[in-house]
Design a protein around this ligand. Structure first.
Ligand SMILES: [Zn+2]
Length: 780
C-alpha cells in the first residue's frame, strides 16, 4: 500500500514538472513582434478596435454650484455645494461615490501608514516627528451635512478618501440626482507639509498665498471600463474626474485678488473700473498688460483688509476647479489668438517672483497654448493662468508654478529655464489630462508622459538650443541602464511606480519622441497623435485607445514598440558583433592566383622553420637533388587549363550590366548585429569610408522579427569602409555605445557631455553667485 502511494505521488510530480517546462520554454510565444491582443482589452461598442470612442460610448456628467469662504486667520475653508449628477450610462445606479481628497491629510490617513521608514545616520527630529504625518494638524474633509435637493438627510458612508451616498431610489439611464454637501477643512501649511495646494505665509510681511485645490467633495468617475474608479487617494496616483459645469462663489478678504478656473462673472463687484479697463485693453495687446501692479500689491501687504468680497466664477465643461487667493498678487494678462478665438493668457504672482515672472510667465502661457494647439486640439477654454506658488501643479485653466529670482533680481539659468519649463508643463496639462481626460489614479504616464512629450516640442520652439531635461533619447539612458529591480514597466499603476519622474514622465516622453523622429517620421506621427487628441478631447481614454489610434491612423504596426517600451523594462543595447570582409572573386586565374599566393606569403612562418633558417640547416634533399620529382616544384595554387576554360565561359555569360558592375571596384561587408539589451529597435548604421565621406543606413526594427538576438546584413560598397558606427546621432537611447563601433572605439561622446549639463535638478541655487551676479561683480 505504501509503495503504491509513493509511486503515484512521484509520477504526479514528474508530470507536473514536465508540462511546466514545456509550457514556459517551448510552446509559449515570446516573440517580441507578437501582437498585443492578449494584453489589450477586447474592443466593444464603447471603445473600438481602431482606438476611437465606439458608437455607444457614454460618459457621466456632474454639475456643481459651490459657495466657499476662506478664513485667512484660521486658515480654514468652509463650503457648501449642490451637485447634479447625470446618469448617462445604460446601467442602473443604486449608490454614488464621492472623493474626499483632503482625507489623505487626516491624522489616521493610510498615506502615512504605508510609507516605509528607515533609520538613517542623519535622521533628524522633524523626520521622526513626521513619521505618522502631522498629528498637530487636524486635516481632512469635515463633512457637516449631506442632503437631497429637498434638504432631507441622505445615508452616506465614508471609507477613508471615498464617500458612498446611498441613493433613496434607483438612478436609471438618463436620470439626474441632485444632492448637497456642507463641509469645511483646515488648510495645510504647504511649505511645512507639502501638498498640491495649501497656504504659504511670507515671513517678511506676514501675508499668505492660498492655492486651493482638491478642496470640494468631487464625483468619482463611473465608466464602461472600471465601473466606479474609487481607488483610494494615497498621494501619488492623481485624479479621475467627471466633466461638468461649475458655478462658484468665493468669499475672501476684500483686498485679495482671486485667480480661478473659469470666467469672472461680477468684475464690477471686485475690481476697480481702472482694472476692468486694463483687462479689456489686454485682450488685444501684443504684450502682457499689468492689471494689478507691484506697487499696488505691496501697498496692500501693509494694510490688510478685514472685510470680505465675493468673486463669482463660472466654468463650462471642466473636470475640476481650483483657485488662488492673495493680496500679494500682481496680475498681468494678454490676449492670444487661437484660430480666430481670443484666449486670455494671464499670470498672478507675488513681488518675490519679479522681475522673472513678469517678463516670462504670460509669454510662456501664450506660447504653450499656441504650440499645443498645433499638435493636439485648439485650446477651447477662455483663459489660461499661471500662478507663482513655488511649486508645479495643474488644474483646468489654472496652474501653480515656481520662479523666484534672488533678492537682487538676478537668477541662475537653472531657475530661468526651470521656470519656463514648469509653466509650459503645467499649462500643457490643460490638454492632458484636463481635456483628454485620462485616469490619473491608474496611469500616470497617460497625462504626464504625453504632456512631457508636448512640453519638449514647446521648449524646442521657444528658443534654439533650449536645455530640455526630458525628451532627447540620450537623457533617458542612465535610467534605462539602471538596476532592473529599481525599474518597473511604464504600464504600472501610479502607486506602484518606482522612480516616478523617469518612469512616467521621462521614459514615455522619450519613447514618443523616438517614434516621431526615428520610427514613424514626423508626418505620420503628428497626424496620428493629433487624431488621438481629437478623438478623446472631452472624453475618457484608456491606454489601448492611445496604442490603437497611433497604429490605426498611421499604418505602422507598433505592437512591438508598445510591448518593448511600455510593457517591459528592457533597455536598448545593440552591438556590432562582427564584420566579415567578403572579397569579390574575379574568377580570372591570372588575378586570383597572384592574390592567393600573395596571401600565402603574408602568413607567418612556424617557429621551427624560422629557427632552421637561422641555423642555415641543409636538408637531405638539398644535398641530393636527385631526390626531387614533380611535387618539389608543383604549386597547388597555380591555375591549370581547366581554370582558364572556366573563366572564358564565365566571361562569355556576362551581360553589359554585369560587366559595367564588375568594372567598378567593390567592397562587400557582412555585419553581424547582436541585441544585447533585448528591446528591438531599428538599426541605424553609419559607414565611414576611407576617403572621409560617409553614408547612413536605416534598417527598420522588423529585421529582428525572426531572431531577436543576432541578425546579419550585407553591405556592398564602392569605397572601402574604415569605420562602422551604430546610431551615430544617439536617437535610440542605446545604453552602451562602446560596442556601437567597429573597429571598437570607446570614447566619451559629446552627447554625454551635453547631458551632464542638461540634467541638473530644478532646485534653487544657494550660496554660490549665479552667472548674472558674477558678471555684475566683474563690471565693478
Ligand atoms: Zn505634470
Amino acid at each position: 500500500m505504501t509503495k503504491t502511494i509513493k509511486l503515484v505521488a512521484s509520477l504526479f510530480i514528474t508530470l507536473a514538472c514536465t508540462s511546466y517546462s514545456f509550457g514556459q520554454k517551448e510552446f509559449y510565444n515570446n516573440n517580441k513582434f507578437k501582437q498585443l491582443d492578449e494584453e489589450l482589452p477586447t474592443p466593444n461598442v464603447y471603445r473600438t478596435g481602431a482606438g476611437a470612442p465606439g458608437p455607444e460610448y457614454w460618459q457621466q456628467q456632474a454639475d456643481y454650484v459651490i459657495e466657499a469662504t476662506i478664513d485667512e486667520d484660521k486658515k480654514r475653508l468652509t463650503g457648501s455645494e449642490t451637485v447634479t449628477y447625470y446618469n448617462n450610462s445604460p446601467e442602473v445606479l443604486t449608490y454614488l461615490w464621492i472623493q474626499l481628497d483632503q482625507n489623505m491629510r487626516a491624522t489616521d490617513s493610510d498615506t502615512y501608514k504605508i510609507r516605509q521608514n528607515h533609520i538613517g545616520e542623519k535622521t533628524n527630529i522633524n523626520q521622526l516627528a513626521a513619521i505618522d504625518g502631522f498629528p498637530e494638524y487636524d486635516g481632512g474633509h469635515k463633512i457637516q451635512k449631506v442632503t437631497d435637493a429637498s434638504g432631507n438627510a441622505l445615508k452616506y458612508t465614508i471609507n477613508k478618501t471615498m464617500m458612498r451616498i446611498d441613493l433613496p431610489k434607483e438612478l436609471k439611464k438618463g436620470e439626474t440626482f441632485t444632492f448637497n454637501i456642507d463641509w469645511y477643512y483646515n488648510i495645510n501649511d504647504r511649505l511645512l507639509m507639502g501638498g498640491r495646494g495649501g497656504y504659504e505665509t511670507f515671513a517678511e510681511d506676514g501675508n499668505t498665498i492660498f492655492t486651493i485645490t482638491q478642496w470640494f467633495p468631487r464625483m468619482a468617475v463611473y465608466d464602461d471600463f472600471n465601473g466606479w474608479q474609487n481607488k483610494q487617494f494615497l498621494g501619488n496616483g492623481e485624479f479621475a474626474l467627471t466633466f461638468g459645469d461649475y458655478d462658484v462663489k468665493i468669499t475672501v478678504p476684500s483686498d485679495h485678488i482671486v485667480a480661478s478656473t473659469g470666467e469672472l462673472q461680477n468684475p464690477k463687484d471686485v475690481l476697480t473700473s481702472e482694472q476692468i479697463d486694463l483687462f479689456e485693453k489686454a485682450k488685444t495687446s501684443e504684450t502682457p498688460v499689468v492689471i494689478v501692479s507691484q506697487k499696488e500689491a505691496t501697498k496692500k501687504e501693509k494694510s490688510k483688509a478685514t472685510d470680505t468680497k465675493t468673486w463669482h466664477y463660472k466654468a463650462d465643461n471642466v473636470r475640476d476647479f481650483a483657485f488662488g487667493s492673495s493680496r500679494k498678487f500682481i496680475w498681468d494678462a494678454m490676449g492670444v489668438d487661437i484660430n480666430g478665438k481670443t484666449v486670455m493668457a494671464m499670470s498672478y504672482y507675488p513681488k518675490e517672483a519679479n522681475p522673472l515672472y513678469g517678463q516670462y510667465s504670460t509669454e510662456a502661457v501664450a506660447h504653450t497654448l499656441e504650440v499645443y494647439s498645433k499638435y493636439t486640439i485648439d485650446y477651447p477654454y477662455p483663459v489660461a493662468i499661471s500662478v507663482e506658488a513655488s511649486n508645479g501643479m495643474e488644474y483646468p485653466m489654472i496652474c501653480f508654478n515656481y520662479g523666484r529670482p534672488e533678492k537682487d533680481g538676478t537668477y541662475s539659468p537653472r531657475i530661468k529655464y526651470g521656470m519656463i519649463s514648469v509653466i509650459i508643463h503645467e499649462v500643457g496639462h490643460n490638454f492632458f489630462p484636463m481635456i483628454v481626460n485620462s485616469d490619473e489614479r491608474q496611469w500616470t504616464w497617460m497625462d504626464e508622459g504625453l504632456n512631457t512629450f508636448c512640453q519638449y516640442l514647446a521648449e524646442q520652439e521657444w528658443e534654439d538650443g533650449y536645455p530640455s531635461r526630458r525628451g532627447p533619447a540620450e537623457n533617458i539612458v542612465n535610467y534605462m541602464k539602471g538596476e532592473q529591480n529599481n525599474i518597473v514597466p511604464i504600464m504600472t499603476n501610479s502607486e506602484s511606480l518606482k522612480q516616478f519622474g523617469n518612469n512616467a514622465y521621462g521614459k514615455p516622453a522619450t519613447a514618443l519622441n523616438i517614434l516621431r523622429e526615428t520610427i514613424m517620421g514626423r508626418e505620420l506621427f503628428d497626424y496620428a497623435f493629433k487624431e488621438y487628441a481629437q478623438r478623446w478631447a472631452f472624453k475618457h481614454p484608456k491606454p489601448a485607445d492611445f496604442y490603437r489610434t497611433m497604429e490605426d491612423a498611421s499604418a505602422v504596426d507598433l505592437d512591438w514598440f508598445w510591448r518593448g517600451w511600455f510593457f517591459t523594462t528592457e533597455p536598448v543595447d545593440i552591438s556590432i558583433k562582427e564584420v566579415t570582409v567578403e572579397e569579390l572573386d574575379t574568377q580570372n586565374p591570372k588575378v586570383e592566383v597572384a592574390k592567393r599566393k600573395a596571401e600565402r606569403d603574408t602568413q607567418p612562418k612556424d617557429i621551427t622553420t624560422i629557427h632552421n633558417e637561422e641555423a642555415k640547416l641543409v636538408t637531405r634533399v638539398d644535398e641530393r637533388p636527385e631526390l626531387k620529382d614533380f611535387y618539389n616544384s608543383y604549386d597547388p595554387l597555380d591555375a591549370d587549363l581547366e581554370d582558364y576554360e572556366n573563366y572564358k565561359k564565365y566571361k562569355a555569360g556576362l551581360n553589359e550590366a554585369d560587366k559595367a558592375w564588375l568594372a567598378k571596384k567593390h567592397f562587400v561587408y557582412q555585419v553581424d548585429f547582436e541585441n544585447v539589451g533585448g528591446l528591438p529597435m531599428p538599426i541605424i548604421i553609419e559607414l565611414q569610408y576611407a576617403d572621409g565621406s560617409s553614408d547612413k543606413k536605416y534598417i527598420p526594427a522588423e529585421i529582428w522579427r525572426k531572431d531577436d538576438k543576432v541578425v546579419s546584413k550585407v553591405f556592398v560598397c564602392e569605397k572601402e569602409v574604415t569605420q562602422f558606427v551604430l546610431d551615430p546621432n544617439r536617437e535610440t537611447a542605446d545604453i552602451d555605445t562602446d560596442n556601437n563601433y567597429f573597429p571598437r572605439k570607446p570614447e566619451v561622446s559629446r552627447f554625454q557631455l551635453y547631458k551632464s549639463g542638461a540634467n541638473q535638478p530644478r532646485t534653487y541655487d544657494s550660496g554660490r553667485l549665479n552667472p548674472m551676479q558674477k558678471a555684475k561683480k566683474n563690471k565693478k
